[in-house]
Design a protein around this ligand. Structure first.
Ligand code: DHB
Length: 247
């Protein structure tokens, strides 16, 4: 059986061994909910047969015209600083990943999610749902327009605040290939106390979750811009929360 220098085995038989420096462990004591959420039994390889790789898939034609623009999904305009978030999705060889569905979800400008269990005293914004989706173009590029999310208090530990972040879900050619990650903003003062940020062992890997302020692509009198490339595999891989794990 193949093993890594750290002694991890390829238990899924795929030849792929999770990089334990880049990706968070499935159970991380500091992130309390993982104790209840993480799988307790070894993962089983799900062979990708015709059913898994052919359907169902969201194609270009099924996207709404404004799905990528979270500032224009309601009658009025949401509160907050407009931002453009854009970048490229690449594979382990640095090749662009075209025609791939990306979904995002986030808190509003004040840091509140439109979610039944989020009821901290920060107002919901009637003009902001916080969800969007798009498909990468032929060069693997994506672009969202949204508002900068606020920090979110989540009671995971004493005085716990999540740094501002946007959740990303990426589908490959099939729903069985879904990867989930988060994008953070540079210079956030809350990283030191965030168990999710700190669950990534390698500091360089953590930094691959940071977007870059992109002055060139700001839109005058409208929106700031941030660039964030996502790498699916290999030495430059973006940390993912959901992935094949060989623990
Ligand atoms: O795991 C959670 O409970 C949780 C809550 C809010 C977040 O923004 C988040 O990223 C995770």
């Amino acid at each position: 059986m193949t093993t890594t220098p750290q002694g991890h085995e390829d238990r899924t038989g795929t030849g792929y061994i999770r990089d334990h420096e880049t990706h968070p462990p499935l159970d991380f004591p500091g992130y309390r909910s993982t104790a209840l959420r993480h799988p307790k039994r070894p993962l089983q390889l799900l062979p990708h047969l015709l059913t898994e790789v052919t359907g169902p898939l969201l194609g270009e034609g099924r996207l709404g015209e404004l799905d990528h623009d979270l500032t224009r999904q309601h009658e009025g305009e949401p509160q907050g600083q407009r931002i453009i978030v854009h970048g490229q999705v690449r594979d382990s060889d640095g090749q662009p990943v075209p025609h791939s569905l990306i979904e995002i979800w986030q808190a509003n400008a004040g840091g509140r999610y439109r979610h039944t269990v989020d009821n901290w005293p920060c107002p919901l914004d009637p003009n902001f749902s916080g969800v969007g989706r798009t498909i990468t173009d032929s060069d693997g590029r994506y672009r969202f327009v949204t508002v900068r999310p606020g920090a979110y208090p989540w009671k995971n530990h004493d005085n716990a605040w999540r740094p501002a972040h946007i959740h990303f879900s990426l589908f490959g050619r099939a729903f069985t290939q879904r990867l989930v990650t988060q994008m953070y903003f540079p210079g956030d003062p809350l990283f030191f106390q965030d168990p999710m940020w700190n669950s990534i062992p390698d500091e360089k890997a953590r930094e691959r979750m940071l977007c870059r302020f992109d002055y060139e692509n700001t839109e005058p009198e409208w929106a700031l811009a941030f660039e964030w490339d996502i790498v699916l595999r290999g030495r430059e891989a973006t940390p993912f929360e959901s992935e094949v794990d060989d623990d």
